[in-house]
Design a protein around this ligand. Sequence first.
Ligand SMILES: [Fe+2]
Length: 234
Amino acid sequence: MLYAIGDLHLSLSSGKPMDVFGGAWEGYLDKIEKGLSALTEEDSLVLAGDTSWGMSLADALADFEFLERFPCKKLLLKGNHDYFWETAGKMERFFSAHNLNTFRILHNNAFIQDGVTVCGTRGWFYEEERGKAATPDTAHSAKMINREVLRLRVSLEAGAKLGGEPVVFLHYPPLYEGYRCDPLVSVLQEFKVRRCYFGHLHGPARARAIEGGYQGIDYRLISADHIGFMPVRV
Ligand SMILES: [Fe+2]
C-alpha cells in the first residue's frame, strides 16, 4: 500500500530537535516511530520534503539510518529545508555506500505502487507574487516556478508511461488562503490529476491551507504535525 507524510524535520545529528516548539512536536521522534512501525516492506511511503535538518548528506546520515529501520520503501521529495539534497547520482551513491536500501528519489521521475502512480516535485510558494510590481525577486520567483512546472510535467509524463492513477505530491501548498499557484494547478488539470498532497505548513499556518475538492482535484495537507505523525493511506 501507498502512504505519505511530510515534514518529519528529523534532527538526530544536527541539534535542532522540534520538541522545543512544544505542543504536537513534543516527543515527535517516538510518534514518528509509532506511525512508521505500522508499515511493512510491501508498502511505499512518500516523504513530502523537509525530512532532515542535516546540512549535508553526512550530517543527515543518522536521520536516514533511523528511517532505514522501518522496512517500507521511502520516496524522497525535496523540501525547502532539505539542505542535504544533492544530485540524484550523488544521493544514490551515498545511500548505497551506507546500506540505505529503502530510499528512492522522487525527482523528475515517477513510481507505481498498487495502481497508484506517484508523481511530484517541490513546488513553489507563490503568495508573495500577488499584486506586486516586477522586481529581481519576482523575476527569480518566476524562474523558480517555471522550473518546478517543468519538473512536475516531466514527472507526470514519466507517470503516464507507467499507467495507473497519477497522484501528485508537492512540498509547498499549491493553494493557500484564497489564492492558487495557477501554473502548477494547470499542469495538474492537464494530466487529469484527481488527488494532490502537500506539506510545509505547521502549527497555526495549517489553518491557512486549503483542503478538500477544488475544481475536480482533492487537496490534502500531510505535514507530520497536521496528521498526528501517522502516515496517511493514499
Ligand atoms: Fe517546508
